[in-house]
Ligand binder design. Sequence first.
Ligand code: TXA
Ligand code: MG
Length: 319
Amino acid sequence: MHFIQPFSDTTIQYAVKLLSQHNVIGMPTETVYGLAGDATSDQAVAKIYQLKNRPVFNPLIIHVLNKTMAQELAIFNHIAYQLINIFWPGPLTIILPRHPSCAVSLLASAGQSTIALRMPNHPIALKILDNFGKPIAAPSANKSGRISPTEAHDVAQEFGQSIPLILDGGACTVGIESTIVEIDRHTINILRPGGVTQEQLQQIAPTTTHNDTEIKAPGMLKSHYAPSLPVRLCVKNIDTNEGLLAFGSVPSNLANAGIIFNLSPTGDLTEAAANLFRGLRYLDQPTRIQQIAVMRIPMIGLGQAINDRLQRAAADRKS
Ligand code: TXA
Ligand code: MG
C-alpha cells in the first residue's frame, strides 16, 4: 500500500490498527495536518517527539472525539464549558487541569499538571477518533521549527517513509493552527492566536493576549514556521531576487518580484489564512530567489494569527 491513502473504511481500519500498535500516522484536521499517535501510550508519544525532533519539555495537543471524552481527561469550569459548547468541534485548544484519573501519557503533557484539549472539525480525524475510542496526541506534522503542513504531500515531504501512513484529507480549510487559550478566573488568556479570533472569544469573556517575554505555551518559540529562505515583512519595495507573498491587489512597484504568491487577491483574511503555509512553502525556492518579501496584512480577525506566524517565520533563527 502507498503510504498516502485516501479516506475509505479500509484505510480508517488500517489507521486504527497502526495506532493501536503504538505507531504514528499523518492525520488531516481542519487546521493543519497532525502527526498522530495514541495519547495514552508512552511509546507512541515518545515516537512523535523523536520524529519531530521536538524538545520533550514542549507538550502536545490531545485530540478528543467529543465532550464526554474531554471530561474524562480534564477538569472543566463554567467558561471552559461555554467555550467548547460554542467552538467545538473547531480550531480552539483549551488548557485545563488534568483530571486525577486522566489516562493520557505524562510525557504528552511534558510532566505538567495541565492538559491541552481540542475536538477537531474534520470528518477523517473524527472517524479515526470514533473507531480508535481513545484520545490522540497530534502536534502539527512538521519537523520542529518548520512550516506546518496543510496538504498530505507536505507531510510526506517532512517525514517521507519514516511514517507508515498519511491519510489524505485534501487541503486544510482553516490552514492555520488552533487558537490556544487558558482560563484565568473569569478571563480568557490567549496563548497562541489561531483559527478562532480574539473578537469571537470576547463574546464569551474578557480576553488578554499573552506577550512573548514569558513563554507560556513552550512551543511558542520566537523562530518557528521557518522556510529555508529569510523572510522580510511589511515590504514597501521589492527586489527581483525576492519572491512576494502578496495580500490584496499588488501595487505596481511590487509587481516585478521574482515570483508572486497571492494569499487572497480580494483581501479576504479567511482565504489568506487557508493559503498561508502553502504560500510560504511555494515561495521557498532558493534556486530562484534569495528572500521572501511579505506585504502588510491587517491585524484584525484572522490577521492576528497570520501575523503571529509571519513574525516567527521572519525571526532571527538563532533566538
Ligand atoms: O491546530 C492545531 O492545534 C494543530 C492540529 C494538528 O491540531 N496542532 C498543533 O500542535 O498546532 P503543535 O504541537 O504544533 O502546537 C501545540 C502547542 C505548543 O505551542 C505547545 O507548547 C502548546 O500547544 N501546549 C500543549 N500543551 C500545553 C499545556 N499543557 N500548556 C501550555 N501549552 C501547551
Ligand atoms: Mg506546530
